[in-house]
Design a protein around this ligand. Sequence first.
Ligand code: ZN
Length: 294
Amino acid sequence: ACLGLEGQENKEIELEIFLPDELKHFQLATGMQAKSLVKGRFTLKAKNYAELIDAPFELAEQTRFSFEANGIPHEFVVSGKHAMNAARMQQDIEKICATEISMFGSAPFTDYTFMTMATGNSYGGLEHPNSTSLISPRDDLPKANEPEEPSKDYQRFLGLCSHEYFHSWLVKFIRPENFVNYDLNREGYTSLLWIFEGFTSYYDDLILLRSGVINQESYIALLKAQIDRYLQNPGRAIQSVSESSFDAWVKFYRQDENSNNAGTSYYNKGCLVALCLDLGLRLRGSSLDALMRR
Ligand SMILES: [Zn+2]
């Protein structure tokens, strides 16, 4: 949480961080403009309050590497206990980023930072305009002897990276109208999460295939898992994807034992809507890619 000053939301913000002596060796990762002239002291800058609260920063002992995708500098940062094969990670993430930038033709950022916290079995991610904050089981990171075709665990992590990165375009750049100027005093409702999360869920695995990071057989298995999940969800006949989107605050993020009977997932069903739409467009000589680029 970041406290805000009412009436000063548009002012430039500078954030100074001083680390205590015992933590001075910590490194910083963030999408914000940052500099450090003295060890253990960092100055971060945000253009306004909206930029500040949409750019997390992490201070930790980190494993990191840098690379360029279509000329854009990227940082990949991992913290927590892990034994990631960094060379393999870099090889695959470079392909994923380049494939997504090429698909859209350009990127809505001038630099990008992946921040991953390796844990026992927590999983999740959150998108930001030029960064993402990921939580992943350490076993999902590529191993020293990772086979050429990524393990199911590693595929899951690659899918998470691909998903959150895709959100820089779809959610952060292309977004529902009432997400343009958030009213932070109340929940923001939209019936369109099936597009924003569903289409992103369709593309996250598809990008892995297109970038050559996984093969066709693995991709079909991932698609099959989505279809199986859909068929095992009785709630799909009761709740539409737009209702599921609108009720996200009170239902999707408050799952109970009856959720699968009474509701559907705008991620899962939205992904399959995207698949059907793409196939339909392709039969008519166009594609969902063409629609996304418009
Ligand atoms: Zn998402």
